[in-house]
Design a protein around this ligand. Structure first.
Ligand SMILES: Cc1cc2nc3c(=O)[nH]c(=O)nc-3n(C[C@H](O)[C@H](O)[C@H](O)COP(=O)(O)OP(=O)(O)OC[C@H]3O[C@@H](n4cnc5c(N)ncnc54)[C@H](O)[C@@H]3O)c2cc1C
Length: 538
């Protein structure tokens, strides 16, 4: 402790509380997921202010979902697979703004500046030491989640090793005007010197990223002259950037935490995994970590989680990061290797476009399947699109709008709602949804699906016999929601009741910000460019 600093315990602490370290996109998303379920949580953020600008997320179904309640900031890269299975170009800071607003609406306490300097767990909880304007103080929590980014102190203090490597070269990212811009509004160009990507924005500027493999990592800030030289070297043309209003140097990592959990300490987002921004999966994977972890931690604190549920966070999410690291690492190697093979690969691609990761097939949150036992049904472990549904009273709604009260949804598409009746005993944890499907989506014959709060199917059945269906459904509810007779502390039931009464804002649709004010506003208008170039987007 520093001399003269104050040590104090902040009021309102409870052993039932979660402390989240870091108010980036992962930490803020997790805080909202917990608050939605009535779990008290507090976010400690080192930075006294919010970032003004940072990055451009690429394909991010979770971000599209975040922004869907307001206007449409997307570039219109919609593909089959659901309302949110498309690419959104929006600044990281905008996503943070929206998430912070939502967290505030849900009553989350975000403390800035609060730098966490020590984490110490025992059998009953975790003690966190932080320092900020009032000096130093201690927090006590049931669990601590490190969402504190690449250099995570939570990870280090928990002794969780990191596996992988860091590249010696770097990428430069910038928002700048170009005196001699490329003809296309969206362009990716590879050569034996590196790769550059460039997206036109509505204000006439360009978001540019350039990996110049002849330049090594340097600690000094990137400059406009350096960007100009790199772009020239890589493309063979002088694009002449000027009036760069934001610029950063980005180190390329391929690193993964050996574990996502050490007792009462968990990791999410960049604290757990780091990979090249090629293909733009980082933000989505971090937010999806939080969606996955939030309801499971809430179930633990509410007392109804099966013993395996919290461990399934790591077994489901770590392989996703592992796969992204492998995929983006492969692309990075191709665009940066000096070898003849790499040159041949680059030369093989038509019109300088590189075979970067396909958005539709490789968007991790859409294409992955979590491990599920065979008897759990065809859809178990798969992501469900935001289905359009018709309810018995004739109302038309969307699946995700019914999943925002923290409970699992028991979607019953069969006659008479035979499975939904089974959910009666679990109504504080599972919400029965009797509906007809309006979307022409192939649900592989499923007539009932138990949908987790993060949008993945826990179980499905195509059994035609209603009694068989109901019996299977009871087993699935017991597996995922605990015993029927077991009741939790009521936090979740309270949150659910609040939602129904309108007291708890329904998930993301209540965010009132105008995302148009934040969106990068790409000005891509040519549908051929969009559909042809989508596989090449960063
Ligand atoms: C230049 C760049 C370009 C990118 N491009 C894309 C892209 O196109 N598409 C995409 O999907 N992703 C992209 N990413 C990745 C994406 O931005 C990250 O994956 C995402 O922001 C991770 O969020 P996070 O909350 O896990 O971590 P961070 O955003 O790093 O947040 C961590 C937070 O923890 C705080 N913190 C750290 N230490 C402490 C401490 N001791 N105490 C308290 N607080 C602490 C930090 O101040 C910070 O606010 C890019 C990243 C970079 C750097």
């Amino acid at each position: 402790m520093n001399e003269g600093s104050e040590t104090r315990t902040r009021p309102g602490q409870a052993a039932e509380r979660i402390v989240i370290v870091g108010a980036g996109t992962s930490g803020l998303a997790l805080a909202s997921e917990l608050a939605l379920r009535g779990i008290p949580c507090r976010v400690l953020e080192r930075c006294g202010w919010q970032k003004e600008n940072s990055t451009t997320p690429g394909n991010v179904q979770s971000v599209a979902r975040l922004l869907s309640g307001a206007s449409d900031p997307t570039v219109g890269l919609t593909r089959p697979g659901g309302r949110f299975a498309h690419t959104t170009l929006v600044a990281d800071s905008a996503v943070e703004d929206l998430l912070q607003m939502r967290a505030h609406q849900l009553g989350v306490e975000i403390i800035r500046p609060a730098e966490v300097i020590d984490v110490d767990q025992d059998a009953d909880g975790v003690t966190v030491r932080a320092r900020g304007e009032p000096g130093e103080w201690q927090e006590r929590a049931a669990y601590v989640v490190g969402c504190d980014g690449a250099d995570s102190i939570v990870r280090k203090l928990s002794g969780i090793p990191v596996e992988g490597k860091t590249h010696s070269f770097a990428a430069v990212l910038a928002d700048a005007s170009l005196r001699w811009p490329p003809d296309a509004e969206l362009m990716v160009h590879g050569s034996d010197k590196g790769v550059m990507g460039c997206v036109a924005c509505a204000d006439g500027s360009f978001r540019v990223v350039c990996i110049d493999r002849t330049r090594r990592w340097a600690d000094e800030p990137a400059t406009q002259d350096e960007l100009r030289a790199s772009l020239w070297r890589v493309t063979g043309r002088d694009l002449e950037p000027y009036e760069a209003r934001w610029m950063t140097r980005l180190r390329l990592h391929e690193r993964l935490a050996a574990r996502y959990r050490d007792g009462r300490v968990l990791l999410a987002g960049n604290a757990a995994h780091l990979h090249s921004p090629v293909s733009g999966h980082g933000l989505d994977i971090g937010i999806q970590d939080s969606f996955n972890l939030g309801w499971k931690l809430a179930a633990v604190l509410d007392g109804w989680a099966s013993p395996w549920l919290l461990d399934s966070y790591e077994s489901e999410r770590r392989p996703v990061a592992e796969r992204a690291i492998r995929a983006t690492g492969g692309v990075t190697a191709t665009v940066t290797t000096p070898s003849a093979f790499g040159g041949a690969m680059r030369g093989f691609t038509p019109s300088g476009r590189l075979p970067l990761v396909s958005v539709e097939s490789d968007m991790p949150s859409i294409s992955l399947r979590y491990p599920a036992p065979g008897e759990a049904g065809h859809l178990a472990g798969r992501w469900l699109p935001d289905l359009q549904l018709s309810l018995p009273d004739g109302a038309v709604t969307r699946l995700y709008d019914l999943l925002c009260d923290g409970r699992l949804g028991l979607l019953d598409l069969g006659p008479f709602g035979a499975s939904a009746v089974t959910a009666d005993g679990w109504s504080d944890r599972g919400r029965p949804i009797v509906a007809d499907l309006l979307d022409p989506v192939d649900l592989r014959g499923a007539v009932a699906v138990l949908v987790r709060p993060d949008g993945y199917a826990a179980w499905s059945t195509d059994a035609p016999d209603p009694e068989v269906r109901a019996a299977e459904c009871g087993k699935a509810l017991t597996r995922w929601c605990g015993d029927k007779s077991r009741s939790g502390t009521g936090a979740l039931a309270g949150a659910a009741a609040g939602y129904v009464a309108g007291a708890v804002p329904g998930a993301l649709s209540t965010v009132t910000a105008d995302p148009g004010a934040y969106a990068v506003r790409p000005r891509i208008t040519d549908p051929d460019v969009v559909s042809g170039g989508i596989d090449a987007i960063f």
